[in-house]
Design a protein around this ligand. Structure first.
Ligand code: FES
Ligand code: MG
Length: 574
């Protein structure tokens, strides 16, 4: 095993040189009150922190960074905290997805341009996890991810509340007149009552669990609630680990291969995880130069049962999952489906990591022979409406829509949808297929989470709670229903979704993995000839950079210039 000497450290190029350049770096370190013996010859650990006062899921990360730094000092390292852009799911518009690649770029360039030997990455709210990991993978310095951890269960009049999922549920109840303003405002007080990310199996829990399954966190880290003291201890241990990883030169490239990504997909499926994981894991695998396609998700989905009984697919929340044994307990159930000879950040194999893992509540973490859902619940669809693919989380849909044909009612944008969805003159019945376009990576822009199109009030009052909905948007991991998502190519770049008209018959057949439009090729060609591309959303700024380089959903929505190989000049030569 490689064991680095102090002069092998990357930071040595900044601090160790006998000339005037390193004098500058050393004297500027003295300026910060750090004496020579405190830092020289020690690994510099960049603590990339996405704490922000506008990110409720990361409110505790200021304190956690202190705990990480405590661990780094204990292990003989030198921690430096590097604040990075926080992607706050509830507040950032039009979508945090617009900025995932910006945070990935920022992470990579922070690690590259400063004298960093290793990294601890602090994040958890939805896109922060893939973004931080994509940057660290591309830079390939020894890195460990510290997941922010789920918040505690929500509570309202003694009823347990789950973030996201219960918002949609009670919003439907409010619109149907089942609850009033008083109840609605009490729900506002009780649904999010501690630091941490969403505690349903939304995108946050899905992606932090995927990070652990990949091997990029301390074993067990992803399931610890943010408010639990074990979380602070995990942060300090991650700081100590980062120093060890540097001395042993253990880099993401040694941990993340195709097997790791397949194991992450298996894990996400067994969790009944968010459809957003499809996009993020494909983008992350691209950075690792590991092959991962939509078909891998579909193949594994046919074999992997949903074992985590967590909302929105199941009944419990992340806090219950932690007490039941957490992700290690779940991975132990999946042993036969995983690659156990892979190492993780600790250098130990998954087999070693899972050797003593147990399940303490078999209703929360089900055994293979008693799953929540017999297969992974994610299907990849293709057909003349989605030549490059679309996905549906059929486990979260009313089974009557697993095979369904109905007439389309089409909305050209989210604004159009909001304006007209309750228009009584629209011929919408429970069998109608609601179609939203203009919501993809270009069209959204940023592919917002509009995919759970609202059911018209009139039908809600009649008790309708699910309908077939199709879009080029994404959907929040806490949403549910018969929602076909990520239709590609998106309408904005001329995908067939752009050509659908009101009344066209649309068919979803999950068993056949088919999404089709019952319109002839000749008719579609005529419609295409008459189609004009919509105006781009940006003519300048970051948005224009984004539009010039964003790829489609099945490619992970990375920027083409970040996903490709190419020369990168080494900063330490300057
Ligand atoms: Fe941050 Fe859900 S809002 S994880
Ligand atoms: Mg979300």
């Amino acid at each position: 095993m490689t064991r680095l000497r102090p002069e092998d450290l990357r930071s040595h190029a900044w601090y160790g040189d006998p000339g005037v350049r390193a004098f500058g770096h050393r004297s500027r370190t003295r300026q910060m009150g750090i004496s020579a013996e405190e830092h020289l010859g020690k690994p510099v650990i960049g603590v990339i922190n996405t704490w922000s006062e506008i990110n409720p899921c990361h409110t505790h990360l200021r304190q956690r960074a202190e705990e990480v730094k405590r661990g780094v000092w204990q292990a003989g390292g030198y921690p430096v905290e590097l604040p990075a852009m926080s992607l706050s799911e509830p507040f950032q518009k039009p979508s945090t997805m617009l900025y995932r690649n910006l945070l990935a770029m920022e992470t990579e360039e922070l690690l590259r341009s400063y004298p960093i030997d290793g990294a601890v990455l602090l994040g958890g709210c939805d896109k922060t996890t893939p973004a931080l990991l994509m940057g660290a993978v591309s830079m390939d310095v020894p890195s460990v991810f510290v997941p922010a951890g789920p918040m505690l269960r929500g509570n309202w009049r003694g009823t347990v509340l789950g973030s996201g999922s219960d918002v949609w549920k009670y919003w439907a109840d409010k619109r149907a007149g089942v609850i009033g303003d008083q109840e609605w405002s009490e729900l506002e007080d009780g649904i999010a009552r501690s630091p941490g990310h969403c505690m349903t199996m939304g995108t946050a829990s899905t992606m932090t669990s995927a990070a652990e399954a990949l091997g990029m966190t301390l074993p067990g880290a992803a399931s610890i609630p943010a408010a639990d003291s074990a979380h602070a201890r995990m942060a300090a241990a991650s700081g100590r680990l980062a120093v060890d990883m540097v001395w042993n030169d253990r880099r993401p490239s040694q941990i993340l291969d195709r097997r790791a990504y397949l194991d992450a997909v298996t894990t996400v499926l067994a969790l009944g995880g968010s459809t957003n994981a499809v996009i993020h894991l494909i983008a992350m695998a691209g950075r690792s130069r590991a092959e991962l396609t939509l078909d891998d998700f579909d193949d594994l989905s046919r074999r992997v049962p949903v074992l985590a009984n967590i909302r929105p697919t199941g009944a419990y929340l992340m806090e219950d999952f932690y007490y039941a044994g957490g992700l290690r307990g779940l991975l132990a159930q999946l042993r036969d489906l995983l690659h156990l000879d892979r190492i993780n950040v600790t250098g130990r194999t998954q087999a070693e990591v899972l050797a003593d893992a147990e399940v303490y509540d078999a209703d929360v973490i089900r055994p293979l022979d008693k799953p929540v859902w017999p297969e992974g619940g994610l299907a990849v669809l293709r057909g003349n409406l989605a030549p490059a693919g679309a996905v549906v989380k059929h486990a979260a849909a009313d089974p009557r829509f697993h095979r369904h044909t109905g007439p389309a009612v089409v909305f050209d944008s989210y604004q159009d949808l909001q304006r007209r969805i309750n228009d009584e003159s629209l011929p919408i019945t429970p069998d109608t297929v609601l179609v939203l376009r203009g919501a993809g990576p270009h069209g959204g822009p940023g592919m917002p989470e509009y995919g759970m199109l609202p059911i018209p009030d009139r039908l809600l009052k009649e008790g309708v709670r699910d309908m077939l909905r199709i879009s080029d948007a994404r959907m929040s991991g806490t949403s549910y229903g018969a929602c076909v998502l990520h239709v590609s190519p998106e309408s904005h770049v001329g995908g067939p979704l752009a050509l659908v008209r009101d009344g066209d018959l649309v068919t979803l057949d999950v068993a056949e993995r088919r999404l089709s439009l019952d319109v002839s090729d000749t008719e579609l060609a005529e419609r295409r000839a008459a189609w004009t591309p919509p105006e781009p959303a940006y003519g300048r700024g970051y948005g224009a950079l984004y539009l010039s380089h964003i790829t489609q959903a099945e490619e992970g929505c990375d920027f083409d210039f970040l996903a490709r190989e190419g020369k990168v000049a080494a900063p330490e030569a300057h």
